[in-house]
Design a protein around this ligand. Structure first.
Ligand SMILES: Cc1ncc(COP(=O)(O)O)c(C=O)c1O
Length: 364
């Protein structure tokens, strides 16, 4: 038997979550965000699973887009950060990609290029995230330059990103919305604003397009969940098995540094999964793990290929018992909280040595 760790990917759940994103913003088109290998789920398989539903996809680099084209994906693909070098423009043109532009050098390069057909272009506004984008006071001039360049540019949209759409306090979100609205009205611009939390929580941000990412994979980005976010289904279930079980006397310790110490006679289970697979080494003692469907606490530091759990209260658990690290029955969001991180890092951090097994592809 081979190592029992697998990432079980439910493409039916992905489709259901996409449908939910679409239903949540019924007057918008939802561009499915597939960057970082579809948040660790496999971009090609996810794109194929959504191919008859999603009018467009989004990725972070030309390489990610070309891999989707090579796999036969024909939908428009948006490069969320545009190009990193003007030398990418011929391939962008050849593969009929869409670009976001956020800097003057990109605008200059785009306008100096002669594409076979005009390139759909979204001009990114810095409405308050202060990461990428054109400052509000310079936005109109940049917009007008692009608008006038009909040989190079088509389907010009205003795009921006929210810094706090997942927060309970709406103050900063509203400040960003005010900035966006002023420009949208002045330019009569079609817009694309909403990431997952804005798709779920802020109808005023839906616009012409939404850009849901993490919610497609079943993670709930809202600090305060709502009915829609609670209906999301996990797409990835990280499954393994117990490969050893041992009895420890009171006072004995487990794992590197002896961080966990038995406060009673204890049964410790060893799970085939470690940080060499992408499981977070920052997971604290007590991080939940499911063994045969029952929650047990992580006990001791995560090692490269294994982690250890306290099975004392689950006497029926034994070598070969089924383990879920996150996914069905145990949300990745909850596990992330115990690791002092977010679901995004756990999902995108799953390493290539973990085999992905796809199910419900036949529903497509
Ligand atoms: C520009 C942009 N749009 C959309 C998304 C999707 O965000 P989320 O996964 O929170 O839905 C991201 C993710 O980082 C992003 O950087």
């Amino acid at each position: 038997m081979s190592r029992p760790l697998i990432a079980d990917i439910d493409l039916g759940a992905l489709r259901d979550n996409y449908r939910l994103a679409r239903d949540r913003a019924p007057h918008s088109r939802a561009l499915a965000v597939l960057k970082a290998d579809a948040y660790g789920h496999g971009a090609t398989q996810c794109a194929l699973a959504l191919a008859d539903m999603a009018p467009a996809f989004a990725v972070a680099s030309l390489e990610e887009a070309v891999a989707l084209r090579d796999a036969g994906i024909t939908q428009p693909i948006m490069l969320l950060e545009g190009f990193f070098d003007a030398a990418e423009l011929p391939l962008i043109d050849a593969h009929r990609l869409w670009v976001a532009v956020h800097s003057d050098w990109q605008i200059d390069a785009l306008l100096a290029y002669h594409p076979r057909q005009p390139i759909p272009t979204w001009l990114k506004l810095d409405s308050g995230m202060h990461r990428l984008g054109v400052a509000p006071e310079m936005f109109v001039a940049r917009w007008q330059r692009l608008k006038a360049a009909s040989t190079q540019v088509t389907a010009l949209h205003l795009m921006t990103h929210f810094a706090t759409a997942d927060a309970l306090d709406p103050t900063y979100f509203r400040r960003q919305m005010t900035c966006i609205e002023t420009l949208r009205q002045r330019l009569e611009a079609p817009i694309c604003l909403a990431n997952s939390p804005a798709t779920l929580a802020w109808p005023e941000a839906h616009g012409d397009w939404t850009r849901p990412g993490v919610m497609l994979y079943g993670s709930d980005p809202l600090e305060g969940a709502n009915d829609a976010s609670r209906a999301l289904k996990p797409v990835m279930t990280l499954r393994s098995e117990l490969i050893a079980v041992r009895e420890l006397a009171t006072g004995e310790v487990v794992g590197y540094g002896g961080r966990w110490k038995a406060s009673r006679p204890s049964r410790i289970g060893v799970v085939a999964c470690g940080y060499g697979d992408g499981y977070d080494r920052h997971a604290q003692d007590g991080t939940p793990v499911l063994v045969e469907g029952q929650r047990v606490p992580l006990a001791g530091k995560v090692s490269m290929d294994m982690l250890t759990v306290d099975l004392t209260d689950v006497p029926e658990a034994d070598v070969g018992s089924r383990v879920v690290l996150w996914g069905e029955g145990l949300s990745v969001d909850e596990v992330a909280r115990y690791c002092d991180t977010i679901s995004y890092t756990l999902l995108t951090g799953l390493l290539p040595r973990v085999p992905r097994r796809y199910r419900n592809a036949e529903m497509m």
